[in-house]
Every structure is written in structure tokens, then in C-alpha cells.
Design a protein around this ligand. Structure first.
Ligand SMILES: Nc1ncnc2c1ncn2[C@@H]1O[C@H](COP(=O)(O)OP(=O)(O)OP(=O)(O)O)[C@@H](O)[C@H]1O
Length: 237
């Protein structure tokens, strides 16, 4: 399995030269590549079985990315369909994932960093929701961090929102879970071995506790991202 992406290194597709592997996921592999103009891009390759089985579902990611224009969301630059290989060409977003920072670099996020990242993420979610898009996969492996700025990648599960299956508020529990990782990183219990529920372990104020419980659906859930933003400002800053 690990050797699989290696055979792509050094290959060239329509002038895009694959330089290194960025990560492997459910749908395929992501590679950093050099574009014909010398700039750096990402080639997201789909497993052949995904390409065949999933044409309908794969369709959402390029459509959604094409309609979004935000500095923290990669632009879709093109699609390569060459023989058995099918790639999206994406804008390269700088930085490392929050997951790598937490588990490889053992970074402890200060309250200021957590509040800065939280605000940016809420702004990004608000932008998506204003455009009728629900991301459905806001996880530490899909958020990149670089010089205090975040980017959100992997729109493979993103959908046009509705009142039924793809509700906008489904992003809130992801946000809650995401914030818990940042808070745990700087807590005395740390280590991510959760022996007791987070609300018994983390030293949080009543307001912070209520905010997180509402995000996670343990208390009256938030109806809109604006409510989330308002309470984040009151409780987490
Ligand atoms: N536009 C981008 N710029 C920089 N790095 C990226 C970009 N897109 C993806 N990556 C890197 O590649 C990794 C895998 O990407 P992505 O999550 O899109 O793939 P996936 O196959 O859908 O994975 P998953 O199974 O986690 O959903 C990311 O964790 C990130 O490190």
C-alpha cells in the first residue's frame, strides 16, 4: 500500500511533474507537482475503483470548488483524465495539517492560537454556508496551518445543503470536535487519551462548556453559524 504512490513520483501528466506525495486518503492520493509555468500545484488522484464506482459522487467536489472563491480554499485549476489516471489539479495551499502539528510536532496550541484558528474556521464555514455548501469533513487532517493562517482542503464529502440529509448544521459538531483537539493540546491532561468525557477533563468555564456542548449537540444545538460566531466571541476569547 505504501509503495503505491511512489510509482507516481517523477511522472509527468499534461506538463505537470509529480514531485512528492502529500497524503493518502480514502479516495486516492495527493501529490505536490510542478506546473508547466513552474508554480507548485496539487494533483489529487482517484483510485481507479473510485473513478468507476463513484462518478456521480466525485462530481460534487469539482462543481463545488469551481463555484467557491476564497483565499483559504484551494482553486480547482483543472482536471486530468489520462488513460487510467484521473486527477484534479488544485491550488497548492501552504502549511502543514493541524493533525501533523499535534501528533508529529506535539505542538501545544495557546488560547490565543485556538481563538485565532477558531475565528478563521467559523468565518470559512460562514462563507460556505452563505453559498449553500456544507463541508461535512472539517477534521484536523483537512485544515492546514501556515504563519497563523488556515486553509480548508478536501471537499470530497461537501454537498449542496438541504433541510434533510445535508444540513448546514452538521458542520457544527465537526467544529466542536476540532476545537476539542486544540484545547486538549494545551491542557494538563493532554495526551489525547480520553479516559473521562472531555467536559470532566478540560478546565473550561461554564460558558465554554455550554458553547462546546451546543456545538456537539449535547445541549440545544445552534441554528446558524452566526449564533456560533457570536458565542465563540463571548466564551472562547
Ligand atoms: N490544496 C492542497 N494544498 C496543500 N496540501 C493539500 C491540498 N489538498 C490536499 N492536501 C494534502 O493532502 C492530504 C490528503 O488530501 P485530501 O484530504 O484531499 O485527500 P483524501 O484522499 O480525500 O483524504 P481523506 O481520506 O482524508 O478524505 C491532506 O491531508 C493535505 O495534507
Amino acid at each position: 500500500m505504501l509503495l503505491f504512490p511512489r510509482r507516481y513520483l517523477g511522472r509527468c501528466y499534461q506538463g505537470y511533474a509529480i514531485c512528492r506525495s502529500l497524503g493518502q486518503g480514502r479516495y486516492g492520493n495527493c501529490f505536490a507537482a510542478q506546473a508547466p509555468d513552474g508554480s507548485q500545484v496539487v494533483l489529487k488522484r482517484f483510485h481507479n475503483r473510485m473513478k468507476k464506482k463513484n462518478t456521480g459522487r466525485n462530481h460534487f467536489e469539482p462543481v463545488i470548488l469551481s463555484m467557491l472563491k476564497h483565499p483559504s480554499i484551494p482553486d480547482l485549476l483543472g482536471v486530468i483524465n489520462e488513460g487510467k489516471d484521473y486527477f484534479f489539479v488544485l491550488e497548492y495551499m501552504p502549511g502543514v495539517t493541524i493533525e501533523q502539528l499535534l501528533f508529529r510536532e506535539h505542538h501545544r496550541f495557546t488560547p490565543e492560537e485556538t481563538s485565532n484558528i477558531g475565528f478563521q474556521l467559523i468565518d470559512l464555514i460562514a462563507y460556505l454556508h452563505q453559498n449553500g455548501i456544507v463541508h461535512r469533513d472539517i477534521r484536523i487532517s483537512n485544515v492546514l496551518y501556515h504563519q497563523g493562517k488556515i486553509s480548508l482542503v478536501d471537499f470530497g464529502l461537501a454537498r449542496f445543503a438541504d433541510q434533510d440529509r445535508y444540513r448546514l448544521d452538521s458542520d457544527f459538531s465537526y467544529l466542536g470536535d476540532f476545537l476539542l483537539y486544540l484545547l486538549y493540546s494545551n491542557s494538563p491532561t493532554n495526551k489525547f487519551r480520553r479516559h473521562r468525557p472531555w467536559y470532566d477533563e478540560l478546565p473550561l468555564s461554564d460558558g465554554q462548556m455550554e458553547f462546546l456542548k451546543r456545538l456537539l449537540g449535547l445541549e440545544t444545538p445552534y441554528a446558524t453559524i452566526e449564533q456560533v460566531r457570536e458565542h465563540f466571541f463571548v466564551f472562547m476569547c
